[in-house]
Design a protein around this ligand. Structure first.
Ligand code: NAP
Length: 269
């Protein structure tokens, strides 16, 4: 029987997840399909019943459902509990489980660095920032600061994860080893010309990590590179969160470099 997977979100817009997983199933000869399922917030309960009855073999979860699916699960991983959000539904026997592979995705390129920075600033305080802070703490980066346009949200996040918080207007006074953008500033469209960091304020030898991946080379990353920083594109996070989902669902490893090539081609077309 063909296994059914998909992604829920609203508005779902364009997502590369179907491209990635469909390619992976094809490469490994797995009899499965992966579809895009736009889902309005008031339909989450009905969808979560369908997951059990149809059944759906697994699903990716994106904005705004990462928290609302949680109450419908039998079990959550410790990591998903720590983040307080789920981006992956999977089955463990007859138990419907929730995991957060955004954390896996976020830490993967950091693990490949020659040495880990010992301090970091996380720009933004939304869902991605929660995954980012959980990931940095998993890596053992102790000195973490969060900064956000809306101060109250940064303060709440700082309290949840016991990290420092600085006002958005004061972020340039910081001199961290890692600058991690989790805001949509720099994303293609209206925000493409924007950046969350001043070009002349990159600390020497800092790592600049942008979780935005479209465009691949955001203004933030271009200016960081010019300033001599090591740069990491959000494509790496997207790729690795997807590889981790695929492994949970199939027990198999998707070919990393083939998948990267696929995403790069898709993005450039
Ligand atoms: P979210 O929960 O909506 O949070 C967005 C954050 O960005 C908020 O803290 C918001 O600040 C801030 N922000 C928005 N517009 C801003 C502006 N003009 N100036 C300054 N700050 C601004 O979204 P999210 O789930 O965290 O996702 C954030 C970004 O990460 C999105 O672009 C998403 O596509 C990307 N993402 C990438 C991956 C990946 O795999 N690479 C994974 C997840 C998410 P306020 O609190 O003041 O509104």
């Amino acid at each position: 029987m063909t296994k059914k997977f998909g992604i829920i979100g609203w508005p779902l817009g364009h997502t590369m997840s179907p491209t990635l997983h469909t390619w992976g199933f094809g490469e490994l000869g797995i009899n499965a399909i992966y579809e895009a399922w736009p889902l309005e917030p008031h339909d989450v309960s009905t969808f979560m019943e369908r997951v059990r009855t149809e059944p759906v073999s697994g699903a990716s979860v994106t904005i705004p459902h990462k928290r609302s699916v949680m109450e419908h699960l039998d079990r959550m991983t410790d990591r998903a509990k720590a983040v307080g959000a789920v981006n992956t539904l999977y089955w463990d026997g007859d138990k419907l489980c929730g995991e957060n592979t955004d954390v896996t995705g976020l830490v993967a390129p950091l693990k490949k660095l020659e040495s880990l920075p010992d301090s970091a600033i996380v720009l933004g305080a939304g869902g991605a920032a929660r995954a980012a802070i959980a990931g940095l703490q998993e890596l053992g980066i102790d000195e973490i600061t969060v900064s956000n346009r809306t101060l109250e949200k940064a303060e709440a996040l700082a309290t949840d994860f016991s990290v420092r918080c600085v006002a958005w207007d004061n972020r340039m006074d910081e001199s961290p080893g890692l600058i991690l953008n989790t805001t949509p500033l720099g994303m293609s469209g209206d925000m493409e010309d924007l950046t969350p960091w001043d070009a002349d304020r990159f600390p020497t030898k800092a790592v600049a990590y942008d979780i935005v991946y479209n465009p691949l080379k955001t203004r933030f990353l271009r200016e960081a590179k010019t300033a001599g920083c090591v740069t990491i594109s959000g494509l790496e996070m997207f790729l690795h969160q997807g590889l981790a989902q695929f492994k949970l669902w199939t027990g198999r490893d998707m070919d990393e470099s083939g998948a990267r090539k696929l995403l790069l081609t898709t993005l450039s077309s």
